[in-house]
Design a protein around this ligand. Structure first.
Ligand code: GUN
Length: 283
């Protein structure tokens, strides 16, 4: 089999375009969606991610922007800024870019973001709501993956989904969303024994570990849908995923490339969550 490529870039673009009319409708009611992004320190990868979020926000005509703080910022200073944005009715979405410098407790900072402005969906309240199936902000990357799966037209109900990775940002919420879609879900991780055997049972295989080329063709069931969340910088200008793309293409029915797959969807979903936050603030 030669897998069809799921064009995340094109789907993300269409998703962002579709948001324009919702932004216009909000503006007609006197509301401009406002996303405040906070970046602490000089991590080069984070700086690129944040710049892309800023560009996407500008293109959609959002208010807000990026607050760049020095590495030496204290936890208290960061929390004070988050609280100022919580209190500002003009701000609809707050995003603190991760990872934070080592001297700052990430969970403590995320806990201070108002759950109603938590467009990343990282606050415990949103994580809990996702767990029990209540309306919530869904973390952008797994939300984007669900959108890509929808695009394949595949019926998810009853399928075996294997998620490799158990992070709070991707693996865990991904598993919950697939469960909500009536998949039978297995979560695998770095301590999983016989990873190859488990992966090779998957109708839907989501790789989100951050190990270049971890998923090889022998780990993939013929006809499986393979989603690669990995972003691994292997050279100055070369980024690869967790999936050995060329050989897995021979086995899968659908596959996402890196770059051009999941990454673009993450930003599109962030834009969608921000529009949703602004709409909710009105209702
Ligand atoms: N770092 C890597 N991915 C993300 C993300 O989706 N949101 C935030 N806030 N930080 C990240």
């Amino acid at each position: 089999m030669n897998a069809s490529i799921i064009d995340g870039k094109a789907i993300a673009l269409a998703t962002r375009k579709a948001l324009r009319s919702r932004v216009e409708a909000l503006k007609e009611r006197g509301v401009t969606p406002c996303l405040m992004v906070i970046l602490v320190g000089e991590d080069p990868a984070s700086a690129i991610y944040v710049r892309n979020k800023e560009k996407a926000s500008e293109k959609l005509g959002f208010a807000g922007g990026v607050t760049r703080l020095p590495e030496s910022t204290t936890q208290e200073e960061l929390i004070s800024l988050v609280e100022a944005y919580n209190a500002d009715p003009k701000v609809h979405g707050i995003l603190v870019q991760l990872p934070l410098p080592k001297h700052i407790d990430e969970r403590a900072v995320l806990a201070h973001i108002s759950p109603d402005k938590d467009v990343d969906g990282f606050h415990t309240m949103n994580a809990g709501r996702l767990l029990v199936g209540e309306r919530c902000f869904i973390p952008c990357t797994p939300k984007g993956v669900m959108r890509l799966l929808e695009e394949t037209g595949m019926e998810l109900s009853g399928k075996h989904a294997v998620v490799v990775g158990r992070s709070n940002i991707v693996g865990k919420p991904m598993a919950l969303l697939l469960l909500q879609a009536n998949c039978t879900v297995t979560i695998a991780h770095s301590k999983t024994a016989n990873l190859a055997e488990i992966c090779s049972q998957a109708d839907v295989l989501v790789a989100a570990v951050g190990r270049p080329g971890l998923i090889t063709a022998n780990m993939v069931k013929p006809g499986a849908v393979v989603i690669d969340v990995g972003v691994n910088r292997v050279a100055e200008k070369k980024v690869v995923g967790d999936v050995a793309f060329e050989e897995v293409c021979e086995k899968a029915s659908y596959i996402t490339p890196v770059p051009g797959g999941v990454g673009a969807m993450t930003i599109a979903m962030l834009m969608q969550n921000t529009v949703e936050a602004a709409e909710r603030a009105l209702s």
